[in-house]
Design a protein around this ligand. Structure first.
Ligand SMILES: [Zn+2]
Length: 140
């Protein structure tokens, strides 16, 4: 597995009305960064950007980073716990599984019954056919 590098943009901007300075990152999706007074905002995405109010761009940088999954200490603990001690299935899951087993069993029985029925019909027809043939042969 190769290391996957991603590039995203970081833009530092200032609201011309309240003069507060904000930073926006293109890797934060669907997120409009809003200034202190709430009148200006910058929605920076990978392929487009949208602004509202009055802003001035202070700086623009490209940031390269390796994609790694960073888990907090607590998340790691939950992750490892879930592997080491899988949780007991709850009542709903058990019931669903029971229903599935019942459904599966009845389907299997239906298939066996149909196979028996069709087998019998074919057997009877073959029997009639043979009898008919013997009957005919006696007349020749
Ligand atoms: Zn503002």
């Amino acid at each position: 597995m190769g290391k996957n590098k991603s590039v995203h943009r970081k833009i530092t901007w200032k609201c011309d009305m309240c003069e507060s300075i904000q930073t926006s990152y293109s890797n934060k999706r669907w997120d409009m960064d809003v200034c202190k007074c709430g009148k200006s905002g910058y929605d920076l995405e990978e392929f487009y950007s949208r602004t509202m109010g009055k802003i001035s761009i202070i700086s623009e940088e490209e940031i390269q980073e390796e994609n790694t999954i960073k888990l907090s200490e607590n998340d790691s603990k939950i992750f490892i716990d879930s592997i080491l001690n899988p949780e007991e299935p709850n009542e709903k899951l058990k019931k669903t599984f029971e229903n599935y087993k019942i459904m599966k069993r009845s389907t299997e029985e239906e298939i066996k019954w149909k196979a028996f029925l069709y087998g019998s019909i074919v057997g009877i027809l073959a029997g009639i056919g043979i009898c008919g043939l013997i009957f005919l042969l006696e007349f020749i």
